[in-house]
Design a protein around this ligand. Sequence first.
Ligand SMILES: C[S@@+](CC[C@H](N)C(=O)[O-])C[C@H]1O[C@@H](n2cnc3c(N)ncnc32)[C@H](O)[C@@H]1O
Length: 188
Amino acid sequence: MAKNFYEILSYTLLSPFYKKDVSRLNLNGNEKVLDFGCGTGTCSRFIAKELLKRNGKLTCFDISKSSIEAAKKRLERYSNIDFLAGDLRKLNIEKQTFDVILAHLVIYHIEKNTRQDIVNELSKLLKPDGIILVFHFLYGKKSENPDQHLSREGLVKIMEKAGLAEIKYTFARSLLFIPTYIGEFGKA
Ligand SMILES: C[S@@+](CC[C@H](N)C(=O)[O-])C[C@H]1O[C@@H](n2cnc3c(N)ncnc32)[C@H](O)[C@@H]1O
């Protein structure tokens, strides 16, 4: 019930926040983009719209099959999206496929014991000159789930272990005005 309520909110009142976050990708429109942990497609719709301009392609991926089903329904008007669900490590996506990977409020949601493996996999999927943009809530100690406590330093360490370097970062109040780290990573 609460989940549905949040989904409705994210497609209405919260919509401008997602749109603004997606604008930080600075897409040309011709890229291959992965929306990693896309959920029900809250960011994906804005990415898909940008990519229609110059024949770009979007892959929406989430571990949750039901979220991907919901995203499919929501985004059925876009012909430039592939939808995939499951364990990223088992999907056999070709290496160096994506120009841009978005991880919007996802990394700390990945199960702690698989987090490094999954980020390693993301790194393999990135083209040599590609970028990964990470949005990361700075919950501090307020998060209910201790496994989700991940500082900026902790996050950067995981990215670096996967062969990714922080190119630039900023702090902003994104969704719901929650303090958020926004980091851009490329191959080290
Ligand atoms: C807070 S939601 C963010 C959804 C969307 N990116 C957004 O900003 O609205 C976190 C998402 O991460 C997904 N997730 C968690 N672990 C994952 C994994 N190992 N691989 C892919 N997605 C994962 C969850 O299923 C969930 O949809």
